[in-house]
Design a protein around this ligand. Structure first.
Ligand code: TMP
Ligand code: ASP
Length: 255
């Protein structure tokens, strides 16, 4: 890696200063953590797959009019993004019960929910990302009611689009987490854009027929090989890096 200024290091990514003001380079590490770093491993190839999957999903969402921080992928592990002010809220959208939701409501994993349910968590490793409501978000000044409204609408549109995309390739989107940021243009107008990443680190994706898991739960609960799971998602989406740029196909539609 060339010498450049490290702006931020998280659990799975590093942010470096970008080539122009207002840009950053997002580097995807191979580190996998769970339960707020209690579990940690380095899984060769994870960063490459997440970089590619996140690029693909952000570009697809851009095409349907969801503004994102993504500019372009630079190489196997890095992408150029716009620098945004991250809103410290993790937005989780759930279509089926799983994970902490299943525990909280004693609902079997995989149970279809009556409708998509959106939850907010305050981004704080120190506090263990507590669940919060609009009351906390507005009272503590993390976002305004108007911003929450926009975030909620965008999250539901993202969910609708991703559900359709995954269904088309024989996958079921159980739930996912997204983050948003504030971006100012030349006229000092602010807009909210999708930020961070959209990868199997932040979503649960099961096979539609067999309920085989292909996401980070493989690692969280020692259920199987994480790298193979992520590669299967990439393969279904038609973007497996090993295929080489000339062989890249679109998603394979299943009946
Ligand atoms: P949960 O069931 O553990 O609350 O997770 C809900 C979704 O959010 C799941 O797709 C995994 C994702 N997630 C993250 O991206 N980061 C986190 O720190 C946690 C706890 C969950
Ligand atoms: N991302 C969180 C961690 O690193 C939790 C998780 O994804 O399970 O601990």
């Amino acid at each position: 890696m060339a010498r450049r200024r490290r702006v931020y290091e998280g659990k799975a990514k590093v942010l470096f200063e970008g080539p122009e003001p207002g840009t950053l380079i997002q580097y995807f590490k191979d580190d996998a953590t769970a339960f707020n770093r209690q579990k940690h491993a380095v899984i060769t190839g994870k960063g490459v797959l997440n970089n590619r999957i996140s690029e693909y999903l952000m570009l697809k969402l851009g095409e349907i009019g969801i503004p994102t921080h993504f500019i372009r992928r630079l190489n196997m592990r890095e992408q150029l993004i716009r620098e945004v002010e991250i809103i410290p809220i993790e937005v989780v959208v759930r279509n089926y019960a799983a994970g902490s939701f299943s525990k909280r409501f004693r609902m079997e994993e995989g149970t279809l929910l009556p409708r998509s349910i959106v939850e907010y968590y305050y981004k704080s490793d120190e506090l263990g990302d507590p669940m919060v409501t609009e009351e906390h978000i507005t009272a503590f000044g993390w976002a305004t009611y108007q911003e929450i409204d926009e975030i909620l609408n965008m999250s539901l549109r993202i969910n609708d689009f991703l559900c359709g995309l995954f269904t088309g390739v024989g996958l079921k989107l159980i739930d996912f987490k997204v983050e948003f940021g504030r971006l100012w243009d030349e006229n000092d107008e602010m807009r909210i854009v999708l930020a961070d990443e959209l990868s199997p680190d932040n979503m649960r994706v099961w096979d539609s027929r067999t309920n085989q898991r292909y996401d980070k739960d493989l690692f969280r609960h020692d259920l199987g090989n994480l790298q193979e799971g992520y590669a299967e998602i990439a393969r279904r989406l038609g973007i497996l890096p090993e295929a080489g740029p000339r062989d890249l196909k679109g998603p394979e539609t299943l009946q």
